[in-house]
Write a protein that binds this ligand. Structure first.
Ligand SMILES: Nc1ncnc2c1ncn2[C@@H]1O[C@H](COP(=O)(O)OP(=O)(O)OP(=O)(O)O)[C@@H](O)[C@H]1O
Length: 377
């Protein structure tokens, strides 16, 4: 069993703050995803957990025990990196077996045989064991890299973008396989990615990191449906969510476009709106905007066509209103005349409401006695 807790972790490189007061707990057997853009601090965080970097401030605990002073090689943590440095002159079997032959783990041949076969089966490379690394595809090499980490039954797996280099089709396949593999492994895993689909599909929990700070921690549903702020909402979803400035009227109704009818605010949002709130930001995902080519009701507004980008069965249709671009998802068979007017209607029941400070009115978080944000799961 292995759970990991980070308390108030901060790390600087000269003047660059890579991690800024990180607090999180990864529970035993959880698949915990760390998601964030380039330079967010994801790899630094893994290195702190692995013991490769000492934090400037804060503590790491394993199963509640203070862990900062434990040397990396004594942590029993296995790391899988994006560039899986394999031994090119050895077979797949020998590559996977290599950690078990190291002086630290020196295992009997019989045990090595059993373990390598077990891992190779999980990764579906058992038919490749006698091949040389040079005879493998990139995807197969990636699996050998994973196999080499899996063979050790560590306390924790740390995976740093392990499938980023694969082409889209293979990545999709590996994503499904990683998920299946995780069920069989039963080992706490911390997985770094900047791919939001990977985060949503693999994570039991996701922590969103941005400029060294945690923006939100939650289940994939929490993150997608209750993003804590505009940064999180924009990071999950393709095409990106649309934001509108809107006015709350005296009788608590919503006005987004001057020429459209004001609308009722969904009850659950209304009850959270303070009397003094007069302006909000409304976030609506592209799939939640209806379109038509004739005006159908008083809630729709006229826009002009900006662009039409077919992507297989679906297309991204961008329209323009008062100089702002609004993204919609439509079937790609739609015939669009660039000069025709288009009417859009926002599905307010699917909208997210953010304050002018970009914080979502409905996201689940509380503040502790010190005023620090504590995420509810
Ligand atoms: N060894 C180092 N020396 C100096 N600065 C560093 C070092 N490692 C990371 N940084 C800086 O710390 C910040 C966080 O880097 P980190 O590699 O952790 O981000 P990341 O989220 O993993 O990014 P990416 O997705 O691009 O790998 C960046 O500003 C980076 O330039």
């Amino acid at each position: 069993m292995a759970d990991i807790t980070l308390k108030s972790i901060s790390k600087k490189f000269k003047k660059d703050i890579a991690l800024d007061n990180i607090n999180l707990t990864v529970r035993d057997k959880e698949f915990f995803v760390i998601f964030g853009p380039a330079g967010a601090g994801k790899t630094t965080l893994l290195n702190v957990i692995a013991g490769l970097y000492l934090p400037d401030y804060g503590n790491v605990y394993l199963n509640g025990e203070y862990f900062n002073h434990v040397e990396p090689e004594d942590r029993n943590i296995a790391m899988v990196f994006e560039d899986y440095a394999l031994y090119p002159h050895l077979t797949v079997f020998e590559n996977i077996a290599s950690p078990l032959r190291s002086p630290k783990y020196k295992e009997l041949n019989e045990i090595i045989e059993k373990e390598v076969t077990r891992v190779a089966r999980i990764l579906k490379i058992d038919h490749l064991l006698e091949r040389n690394i040079s005879e493998l595809s990139n995807g197969q090499r990636q699996r050998v890299g994973l196999g080499r980490a899996l063979v050790r039954t560590p306390n924790v797996f740390l995976m740093d973008e392990p499938i980023t280099h694969l082409d889209a089709k293979l990545r999709h396949q590996m994503r499904a396989e990683l998920k299946e593999m995780q069920k069989n492994l039963d080992t706490t895993t911390i997985y770094v990615t900047h791919d939001y689909l990977e985060a949503l599909s693999l994570g039991d929990k996701i922590a969103i990191l941005n400029e060294g700070k945690i923006e939100q921690i939650g289940t994939p549903d929490d993150i997608y449906y209750y993003p804590h702020n505009e940064f999180v909402a924009s990071s999950f979803g393709e095409p990106e969510i649309n934001f509108f400035d809107a006015i709350i009227t005296e009788d608590k109704q919503l006005s987004i476009f001057e020429e459209a009818e004001i609308q009722d605010i969904p009850e659950k949002v209304k009850s959270k709106l303070d009397e003094s709130v007069r302006s909000v930001r409304v976030g609506i995902r592209p799939k939640d905007i209806k379109y038509s080519f004739t005006k159908e009701n008083d809630y729709s507004v006229e826009c002009s066509v900006y662009s039409f980008e077919p992507l297989g069965a679906k297309a991204v249709f961008t329209v323009e209103k008062d100089g702002n671009q609004i993204r919609l998802v439509v079937p790609s068979v739609l015939q669009i005349d660039m000069d025709q007017p288009v009417y859009i209607e926002l599905d307010i029941n699917k909208a997210m409401f953010f304050g002018t400070d970009e914080i979502n009115f409905l996201s689940k978080f509380i503040k502790d006695a010190k005023g620090e944000v504590v995420w509810q799961s």
